[in-house]
Design a protein. Structure first.
Length: 447
């Protein structure tokens, strides 16, 4: 009797297993790729783009590693992260890169892995090398690593943005920017005839390629919000890249129509594209109310949106606050100013004066710097450009022009005149002089 009861229990267990197996099969049935195919889980994965192929490129080795490790993936990942820090401290770059590759095979869709390691390669690892070409190699590796992250996470807003940031800031603003910008167009690696096609397939300027990545990030941001910056700042980067590109052209001695048109193009994108975007912003600490605003908006337009006096004043304060946060009015004024032929000529005179000074052609340098001082003086005294007197880059260039003027007089054994164009600016910005003098020495006195 006891044996029969045991047999009954086994049959009951088997029947229960079969009954439970039916819904498991129904829920987990794989899809065929057609809409509505597979079980409920497969259909939901397809509906919300959660499948491996929906997220990005599929790496078979990554899937195999996760399958073999079963529930020990977390343990393996933690161990690899500790190894990564160990190799980083020992400056064992080859092992560090290999460990990084292992981590991303286990966490291909964890965006912070790509972000952290891409930044680590482009900024920290590159700084450990002495030769600029070696530093450039690791900057490239960082950018390429982030691009691979984008390929594995095609809907990632933040990874698109991170690629653009490396190209815009690490290449365009680093101390080695002069070399990095050249290498971006003509790589020092002899296996490349021009640019490295992995990061610059069309052989364009770094700022223009960065702008394309920021444009893609803005498109992704409409579907998947980012958590890096306020939206008004995040969406400003494509236009800011054009402003940076125009400034770089001037710094490299290009003052022709191409540079002026670049300033004008940046201004148009700043005011007609970015300035026309609508931002829904919270009102008050509890964010229970919101207001929609544009950065390029007139008071008449604000009155049409908010006819009540109290609503108009609130909207006006919000617009002013966001314009201040994004430095919107400054870049609009700067774009207008730099698109002027007189401004371009003043920049050109200063650049050429510096070149003549380095050659010790002091008379030619003096004539050019005097023309430069007069040009900048006329610009900064125009009512529409008065606010540029507080702009760091333009003020620094004006102060350096004054220092160049003083140095020429000193070398010629001549006293400085009691009054000259921009003397008022040099006197009012005396506190900035020590720092600007360091940059002046690096630019003109150290070869």
């Amino acid at each position: 009797m006891n044996q029969w009861n045991s047999r009954q229990r086994k049959l009951a267990y088997l029947g229960g297993i079969l009954v439970l197996l039916i819904p498991i099969v129904m829920l987990g049935m794989p899809g065929t790729g057609q809409e509505g195919s597979g079980g409920i889980v497969a259909q939901q994965r397809q509906k919300y783009d959660l499948g491996e192929s929906d997220l990005g490129d599929v790496d078979p080795s990554s899937a195999a590693m996760n399958l073999v490790l079963l529930g020990l993936r977390g343990v393996a990942v933690n161990s690899l992260w500790m190894d990564l820090e160990y190799y980083k401290d020992r400056k064992d770059w080859a092992q560090m890169l290999a460990t990084t590759q292992s981590i991303i095979r286990l966490q291909p869709h964890f965006e912070k892995v790509w972000d952290y390691n891409g930044h680590n390669l482009a900024y920290n690892t590159s700084a450990e090398w002495d030769a600029v070409p070696d530093r450039w190699y690791w900057v490239k590796e960082g950018a390429k690593f982030l691009q691979k992250g984008v390929a594995r996470n095609q809907n990632s807003t933040e990874l698109h943005y991170r690629v653009g940031t490396v190209l815009q800031k690490k290449i365009g603003i680093a101390d080695e920017q002069k070399y990095y910008r050249q290498y971006f167009l003509k790589d020092p690696d002899p296996k490349f005839e021009g640019a490295d096609p992995e990061i610059n397939p069309n052989g364009e300027d770094s700022y223009l390629v960065a702008r394309e990545w920021f444009l893609k990030a803005n498109e992704k941001e409409r579907l998947k919000p980012q958590h890096i910056l306020d939206k008004s700042l995040f969406r400003s980067h494509p236009a800011r890249c054009l402003f940076d590109y125009a400034q770089a052209l001037q710094k490299e001695g290009q003052f022709g129509e191409k540079t002026r048109q670049t300033w004008d193009r940046a201004l148009q994108e700043w005011t007609r594209v970015y300035g026309q975007e609508e931002f829904v912003v919270p009102v008050g600490m509890d964010a229970s109310q919101t207001v929609s605003l544009r950065l390029e908006i007139t008071e008449d337009e604000m009155k049409q949106i908010a006819p009540k006096e109290e609503d108009f004043e609130l909207l006006k304060r919000m617009v002013t606050a966001y314009q201040n946060m994004t430095n919107y009015r400054y870049w609009r004024t700067r774009g207008l100013c730099e698109a002027e032929p007189e401004t371009a000529q003043a920049h050109k005179d200063f650049y050429e004066a510096g070149e003549e000074y380095k050659k010790q052609n002091l008379r030619q340098a003096q004539a050019l710097v005097e023309s430069c001082l007069k040009g900048f003086n006329d610009i900064l005294n125009r009512p529409e450009y008065v606010e540029l007197r507080e702009e760091d880059l333009l003020v620094e260039e004006c102060l350096m022009a004054v220092m160049l003027y003083e140095s020429i007089h000193r070398l010629n054994g001549e006293p400085m005149p009691d009054d000259y164009p921009l003397k008022w600016l040099a006197d009012s910005k005396a506190g900035l002089r020590p720092e600007v003098e360091k940059r002046f020495e690096r630019r003109f006195l150290t070869q």
